[in-house]
Design a protein around this ligand. Sequence first.
Ligand SMILES: C[C@H](O)[C@H](O)[C@H]1CNC2=NC(N)=NC(=O)C2=N1
Length: 101
Amino acid sequence: MPLEPLSQKDIEERLAELPGWSLEGDRIARSYRLGSHFAAAALVMHIAQVQDELDHHSDLTLGYHSVSLTVNTHSVGGAVTEKDFELARRVEELASGHGAS
Ligand SMILES: C[C@H](O)[C@H](O)[C@H]1CNC2=NC(N)=NC(=O)C2=N1
């Protein structure tokens, strides 16, 4: 199925199921806190693995005790699509396993 930009309503409905995620301009975004810098780096590596698996890649930033990501879909001109939410849901699952909050 070809990717299509989601409407504002579609985005809001999906964000309501993903606490901590928000719309920042034309991207969906989330930041996580971790217990140490190394724990944050480990989460970055795990997210990178999932991103390669999905062939969909966020802008991913490692902070001191934090990991932040924002994502949209380049192939539709930088709009938010279902693929961005697929990545967000996968990241949510693995982040809780890393003790991220
Ligand atoms: C060729 C490859 O499938 C594309 O470049 C993929 C890779 N990762 C991507 N990531 C994101 N965020 N948007 C894309 O459109 C995208 N396209």
